[in-house]
Design a protein around this ligand. Structure first.
Ligand code: TRP
Length: 459
């Protein structure tokens, strides 16, 4: 294998920006709130938080450490650490396939945010009733032409940036736009306090409500945690492969996890007060952010400008996440097949864009009604989102925790954990979580989901 210099992040902040840019995205602002709505609020939020802290954070440290130790993208990383014949390389390929699938529909949702930014510029939300605004999303969802257009445009942008190399372009933009997103969200959280439904909205998000608890709550809580943290498919492993030995991995992981969770919670603290103030449905699914936010903006002084900002920043957050997804697939092809970066990016990006066409048209009447017959009530888009986030990512995380916790030699893991870190003293605690809490926790959620734990619940 050619020993080209893979390059490293330009600064210590570079990695944190890129990784936080990967983590913070549609998962926090689009997926987490609508899953919270569908799963009845508070208790789901608590499950999510527990999954983030007890499972997500330890797995994140493990993923980044593997990347930094191996200095390779996922498949090559397992090959390098366990030998080129090792079956662990399959785990790398699982990640690549998962990234391929996720990006294919992620791009469609990112397209919606671009469409909404444009709609805001034109001012279509001004003086509209909530029902009318909600109908706009339904129309968009069912229009294949618009979805295909934005999907291809978004994929084109992701491909363009990944060809240039993640580390160059993204650092400078993320440095500016991530804080901007944060400021805007802070303002909107503050604004939500004056809404009449503020107290009800917050109670929905923060008061554990046991009415809707089922195996679905745990399964989707875990999956959403993995999705929003960018875990379980080697994205952070790949970014970790651009790190140096003197970078502080545990501390960086803590910052990324903290920011990601904060943004997810802020999104809910904005959206549910709006939903309760204007009598909207909390259970409306993937359209939630695209309906609730325009309703809020339509009533707000300066709403048009804020709406433009909001959807542009959401689009940007999606872009930095989309880049990390493509980077995994592309860098694997570069590392494994020895293709040039340009050729690999064009091919992988092109295939993902092609596959994503199915998600782009999945809201249309004929495709959704025919697919739903095949797969119990979910359209194509919902089906692959469900499989990738709730099954593939936690499965990847399960194997990752087993790999680092049980297969890699303890000395190597300890050495890697401590290298560059001021948190070396926490090694044993982290290692315990990784070896026991993470695999057992994920396995229990899976077993509960498939009905293998029902005997515990029957009195
Ligand atoms: N975490 C991103 C979000 O919240 C999406 C994402 C980017 C992702 N890279 C990933 C999800 C890798 C899973 C795995 O929007």
């Amino acid at each position: 294998m050619a020993t080209t210099d893979r390059g490293h992040f330009g600064s210590r902040l570079g990695f944190i920006l890129a990784a936080a840019g990967s983590a913070v995205g549609l998962g926090n602002i689009w997926k987490f709130p609508y899953e919270t709505g569908e799963n009845g609020g508070g208790f789901f939020v608590l499950v999510y938080l527990v999954c983030v802290v007890l499972i997500g954070f330890p797995v994140m440290v493990a993923e980044i450490l593997v990347g930094r130790r191996a200095q390779r993208s996922p498949v090559g990383a397992f090959g390098r650490l366990r030998g080129e014949e090792s079956a662990w390389r399959v785990l790398g390929w699982l990640g690549v396939i998962t990234g391929f699938i996720i990006l294919s529909y992620y791009s469609v949702v990112a397209g919606w945010s671009m469409n909404y930014a444009l709609m805001s510029v034109v001012g279509v939300f001004t003086d509209r009733a909530p029902d009318e605004i909600s109908a706009m999303f339904t129309t968009l969802y069912g229009s294949w032409g618009i979805n295909v257009f934005w999907h291809l445009l978004f994929m084109g942008m992701v491909v363009g940036i990944v060809i240039g190399g993640v580390k160059k372009g993204i650092e400078a933009w993320a440095r500016l736009l991530m804080p901007a997103l944060f400021v805007l969200l802070t303002f909107l959280v503050a604004y939500s306090f004056i809404l009449p439904g503020h107290a009800d909205g917050l109670a929905f998000v923060f008061k554990p409500n046991l009415d809707k608890v089922s195996e679905k709550t745990f399964f989707e809580g875990l999956g959403t945690a993995f999705f929003s943290l960018s875990l379980g498919m080697g994205a952070l492993l790949t970014y970790g492969s651009y790190l140096r030995k003197d970078d502080d991995v545990p501390k960086s992981a803590m910052i990324i996890t903290g920011l990601d969770t904060l943004v997810a919670f802020m999104a809910c603290m904005i959206m549910f007060p709006v939903i309760f103030s204007y009598g909207m449905e909390a259970t409306q699914g993937p359209g939630l952010v695209f309906v609730s936010m325009p309703v809020a903006f339509s009533q707000m002084p300066g709403g048009i400008a804020l709406a433009i900002f909001f959807f542009l920043l959401l689009f940007f957050a999606a872009l930095t996440s989309g880049i990390s997804l493509l980077e995994v697939v592309t860098s694997t092809v570069v590392d494994q097949l020895g293709w040039s970066r340009r050729k690999a990016t064009l091919w992988t990006g092109g295939l993902i864009a092609l596959f994503g066409l199915a998600s782009a048209i999945s809201g249309t009447e004929w495709f959704s009604s025919n697919w739903q017959v095949l797969f119990g009530g979910k359209n194509f888009f919902d089906t692959i989102d469900y499989l990738a986030s709730n099954w593939f990512l936690p499965l990847g995380g399960l194997f990752m925790s087993v790999f680092v916790g049980w297969v890699m030699p303890r000395d190597a893991v300890q050495d890697e954990f401590r290298s560059g870190s001021t948190w070396g003293g926490l090694f044993s605690v982290w290692y315990f979580f990784l070896r026991f809490v993470c695999p057992v926790g994920i396995a229990l959620v899976f077993l509960y989901k498939v009905g293998a734990l029902n005997f515990l619940l029957t009195k």
